[in-house]
Design a protein around this ligand. Structure first.
Ligand code: FEO
Length: 179
């Protein structure tokens, strides 16, 4: 059985993962319209990955006898100045999510819920990887600068990154099996 404080903190994280998914969907739509099909593809894949993070928590909370609450929709930020601006926002958001997972972990330790703390290890590792990936993407965008040729090549690279992400998602059991 899960305590009320852990249940509340898990539901807050469920909401944040849902908001992450919707933020990346808005960014993907922006990139698609701005002529960056590769970046859009990566961001659409990232939308699915955040949905996986959300679903894992929903299943976990329900399996432990808690009540996973599906949050109301919030309008995500949808206007951006450039591809660099998009990914600066992605990094800022991922840093926020990492801090949020750490806070959630601290609640579990305080409540002596070591089972949930252990479950959250997966998310802690995932956040290290997510931040690192976005930092390397940002480095590449900065290297490409504002040169059209550089940004074109960068965008092609995104397509390959999106493919890798989708393969990993499929290996994780797809959307509905996520546990
Ligand atoms: Fe689910 Fe990108 O954090």
């Amino acid at each position: 059985m899960i305590t009320k404080n852990v249940e509340k903190a898990l539901n807050e994280q469920i909401k944040r993962e849902e908001n992450s998914s919707r933020l990346y969907l808005a960014m993907a739509s922006w990139a698609e319209r701005a002529g960056y099909p590769g970046a859009a593809d990566w961001l659409y894949a990232q939308t699915e990955e955040e949905r996986l993070h959300l679903l894992k928590l929903v299943h976990y909370l329900n399996d432990r006898g808690g009540n996973a609450v599906i949050p109301a929709l919030e309008a995500p930020k949808a206007s951006f100045k450039s591809l660099l601006d998009v990914f600066q926002n992605v990094l800022k958001h991922e840093e926020f999510i990492s801090a949020s997972i750490n806070d959630l972990y601290a609640v579990c330790v305080k409540e002596k819920d070591f089972t949930t703390a252990n479950y959250l290890q997966w998310y802690i590792t995932e956040q290290v990887e997510e931040e690192s990936t976005v930092r390397s993407i940002l480095d590449q965008i900065k290297l490409a600068g504002t040169e059209q040729g550089g940004l074109f090549l960068m965008d092609k690279e995104f397509g390959a990154r999106a493919m890798v992400k989708r393969v990993a998602l499929a290996a994780a059991g797809g959307m509905t099996q996520a546990k």
